[in-house]
Design a binder for this molecule. Structure first.
Ligand SMILES: Cc1cc2nc3c(=O)[nH]c(=O)nc-3n(C[C@H](O)[C@H](O)[C@H](O)COP(=O)(O)OP(=O)(O)OC[C@H]3O[C@@H](n4cnc5c(N)ncnc54)[C@H](O)[C@@H]3O)c2cc1C
Ligand code: SF4
Length: 567
C-alpha cells in the first residue's frame, strides 16, 4: 500500500468554460408547445401520456401550435444511449398503456422465472437468502435500448416529434423562467472550426420544458443550481458496466452477487455487486455496479467485470459463449434524501433519473422514470390547458404534489438511508440495511451523513495487479469494449470532457482507471508527483462517471457516442 497523501477530486474542479444557461437569441426559433429533453423511459412516457391527453382534447392541442410535443435526443436514434440491467417492474408500463395495449404486446423478454443471490469469495459462491429489496417475482426482463426504440415509435404515433441526433446544450432562460433549449452545433472540428458539413444549432422555444436527461444531466444540473432546487444532501452516483453474451442454453434465472471482487473493508468504501439476467433464448447480460464514492485510485469497474467473469461459478455460465455487446453508464444513487427541493421552476419540470428517481437497493429506476414522466405530462397538460399566458408556477406545483403522493415517492422514503450506510463497509452496512428493511425505513429516524463522491479522499493500492489479462474470448481490454459499444464519435470532434489537465498523480490514476473507455492517458510531469492528462474524447461512451469524480461531461455533438442495440 502506498502513502496516504490526502487528495480528493473536488479540490481540482473542471474549468468553467461552458455556459449552460443562455437568453433566447435565435431570430428564427422553432416554436413548440412542450419540449422534452431525453428519449429515455421518462421522456418517452411523458410524450406518450401528453399525446393521449391531447388526443382527447383537440382544443388544448390546437393551443400548443403546430408542434405540440417535441422530444430531443442526443443519441443517433432513441435507444442508442439507453443502458440498463434490465429487470423492470411492469406496473408503470401497465398504467401507461392501460386499455390501449396488453403487456404481452410490449417488447419485453418475459417474466422473471427464478432468482438467486450469492456471496462471492475469490473461489466460492455461497447462496444466501434473497434480501427483500432484491426480490424480483412479478418483474419483467427487458433490453432498455430496444424498449426505448419501441416507446419512441409509440410516442410518434401519439403525435410527438422526435428529434434524434440532437443534443440540448443550453437551457434558455428569460425573465426568470425557462423558455426552451438551444440545440448544439454539428460539424465542428477539434478546435471549434466549421467543417464543410457544419450545421448551426437552433433555439427551440417552448411554453414548457421537461428535463428527462437521466443520470448526470447537463441541463438538469444547471437548472438545479440556477433555481436553487438542490437538496441539502449531496447527490451520489454508481458506475455500471455490462456486457451482452450469447451462451449455449442461455440462463434460466436472475442472479445477483455480493462480495468479491469488491473489498468489504470500510477503508476502501467499495459498494456494489454484479448481476446476471436472462435476455431470452441464448442471450444473457452480465454487469457490475460500483459506487463512485470508492477511494482506491486503482479501481476500474471495467476490469472488475472482467475479473468477475473468471470466477469459477461465473465462468461456467459463460462457457462456450461469445460477447456481443458492451456498455457503461452511471446510476444516480442519492435516493430520497438527495431529491431536489422542488421538481418544478417557472417553465420547467424535472422527471426520471435526472431528478434522482432511482431505488438503488433494488437497482430499479425504469418504472420510476416512466411514472414521473407520466405525472409530468399530466401536470403539463393541466397547466397548459389554461388559455393565454405561460403556465404559472402554482399550476406546475401540482406535479410535486402528484409525485409526493406516488408509490415511487413512498418506496424511496422507505430506503432513504440504505445506500448511505454502506460507507461503513459491506458487513456493518448490510446489518444496518437489514434493520432499515425490518422497520420500513423508520430506523434511523434522521438522515445518515454522506458526502459528495468527489469529496472522498483517495488512496492508492496495488489492486490493478490482479485484473486478468485480456484474452479476447472471456476477458477484454477497454478499447475492444468501446468497439463493442458501437461508438460513433468522430476523431476530430470538439472535446466535450472538462477536466484540469495538470493534477496530482493519484487523481490522474483515478481518472485513468475509472474511465471504462480509455479516454485518459497520463504523461509524467517533471516532479513525478504531478501528471499531465491527455484526453481522447472520441473513445467516450458518455457514461457520466467523470462528472461525479471531479470533471464534467458536457453534451457532445448529436449523433455521436455509443450505438447500443440490445443492452
Ligand atoms: C448498469 C445499470 C443497470 C440498471 N439496471 C436496472 C434494472 O435492472 N431495472 C431498472 O428498473 N432500472 C435499472 N437501472 C436504472 C435505469 O436504467 C434508469 O433509472 C432509467 O433508465 C432512467 O430513465 P430516464 O428516462 O430517467 O433516463 P435515461 O434512461 O438515462 O434516458 C435519458 C435519455 O436522455 C438523453 N439525453 C441526456 N441528456 C441529453 C441532452 N442534453 N440532449 C439530448 N438528449 C439527452 C440520453 O441520451 C438518454 O437517451 C440500471 C441502470 C444502469 C446504468
Ligand atoms: S470520459 Fe466518457 S466514458 Fe470516460 S468516464 Fe468520462 S464520461 Fe465516462
Amino acid at each position: 500500500m502506498n502513502g496516504e497523501l490526502a487528495v480528493s477530486p473536488a479540490a481540482y474542479p473542471p474549468p468553467e468554460i461552458d455556459q449552460p444557461l443562455a437568453a433566447p437569441s435565435d431570430p428564427d426559433p422553432i416554436e413548440v408547445g412542450v419540449c422534452i429533453v431525453g428519449a429515455g423511459p421518462a421522456g418517452l412516457a411523458c410524450a406518450i401520456r401528453l399525446g393521449q391527453l391531447l388526443a382527447d382534447d383537440p382544443a388544448s392541442a390546437e393551443r400548443l401550435g403546430e408542434v405540440p410535443v417535441v422530444v430531443v435526443e442526443k443519441g443517433k436514434q432513441p435507444g442508442s444511449h439507453l443502458l440498463s440491467g434490465a429487470v423492470v417492474n411492469p406496473r408503470a408500463l401497465q398504467r401507461l398503456f392501460r386499455d390501449r395495449k396488453p403487456i404481452e404486446e410490449l417488447p419485453l423478454l418475459g417474466p422473471v422465472k427464478g432468482e438467486r443471490v450469492y456471496l462471492l469469495t475469490p473461489r466460492r459462491a455461497t447462496p444466501i437468502p434473497t434480501p427483500p429489496t432484491m426480490r424480483n417475482h412479478g418483474n419483467q426482463l427487458a433490453s432498455l435500448s430496444r424498449l426505448g426504440r419501441w416507446l419512441a415509435r409509440e410516442a410518434e404515433e401519439a403525435g410527438a416529434m422526435i428529434l434524434a441526433e440532437t443534443a440540448a446544450t443550453r437551457l434558455l432562460v428569460r425573465g426568470g423562467r425557462v423558455a426552451g433549449i438551444r440545440t448544439g452545433d454539428k460539424g465542428r472540428g477539434r478546435d471549434g472550426e466549421q467543417l464543410a458539413n457544419f450545421e448551426p444549432g437552433s433555439d427551440l422555444r417552448a411554453r414548457l420544458t421537461v428535463l428527462c436527461e437521466g443520470s448526470q444531466g447537463y441541463l438538469t444540473a444547471a437548472a438545479l443550481e440556477h433555481f436553487a432546487l438542490r437538496s441539502d444532501f449531496p447527490q451520489t452516483w454508481e458506475l455500471g458496466v455490462k456486457e451482452v453474451w450469447r451462451v449455449p442454453g442461455g440462463l434460466d434465472r436472475v442472479i445477483h452477487t455480493l462480495g468479491w471482487p469488491l473489498r468489504p473493508g470500510a477503508r476502501y468504501r467499495e459498494f456494489g455487486g454484479t448481476f446476471l439476467y436472462p435476455m431470452g433464448g441464448d442471450l444473457l447480460t452480465i454487469g457490475i455496479v460500483v459506487g463512485l464514492d470508492y477511494r482506491d485510485s486503482a479501481l476500474s469497474a471495467h476490469d472488475l467485470l472482467q475479473e468477475v467473469k473468471t470466477h469459477p461459478a461465473i465462468r461456467k455460465l459463460l462457457a462456450g459463449g461469445e460477447r456481443l455487446e458492451w456498455g457503461a453508464k452511471t446510476i444516480t444513487s442519492g435516493g430520497a434524501l438527495a431529491l431536489p427541493k422542488r421538481l418544478h421552476a417557472p417553465g420547467l419540470l424535472l422527471a426520471g433519473e435526472g431528478a434522482g428517481f432511482v431505488n438503488v437497493p433494488t437497482l430499479k429506476g425504469v418504472h420510476y422514470a416512466l411514472e414521473t414522466g407520466m405525472l409530468a405530462a399530466e401536470a403539463a397538460f393541466a397547466a397548459l390547458a389554461q388559455p393565454g399566458a405561460p403556465p404559472i408556477l402554482e399550476a406546475l406545483s401540482g406535479y410535486d404534489e402528484a409525485v409526493a403522493g406516488s408509490e415511487a415517492w413512498r418506496e424511496l422514503q422507505q430506503v432513504r438511508n440504505m445506500r448511505q450506510v454502506f460507507h461503513r463497509g459491506l458487513f456493518v452496512g448490510g446489518a444496518l440495511a437489514s434493520l432499515m428493511t425490518l422497520t420500513r425505513g423508520r430506523f434511523p429516524a434522521g438522515p445518515f451523513p454522506s458526502e459528495p463522491d468527489a469529496a472522498v479522499s483517495l488512496i492508492s493500492t496495488d489492486r490493478a495487479a490482479s485484473y486478468p489479462a485480456p484474452d479476447g474470448l472471456l476477458t477484454f481490454d477497454k478499447l475492444s469494449s468501446v468497439f463493442a459499444a458501437g461508438n460513433k464519435t468522430r476523431d476530430d470532434q470538439p472535446n466535450h470532457i472538462r477536466i484540469q489537465t495538470q493534477v496530482p498523480r493519484r487523481l490522474g490514476e483515478l481518472w485513468q482507471n475509472m474511465c471504462p473507455a480509455q479516454v485518459y492517458e497520463l504523461l509524467d510531469g517533471e516532479d513525478g508527483a504531478t501528471v499531465s492528462v491527455r484526453v481522447t474524447p472520441s473513445n467516450c461512451v458518455q457514461c457520466g462517471a467523470i462528472s461525479a469524480k471531479g470533471g464534467r461531461l458536457t453534451p457532445p455533438e448529436g449523433g455521436s457516442g455509443p450505438e447500443y442495440e440490445g443492452v
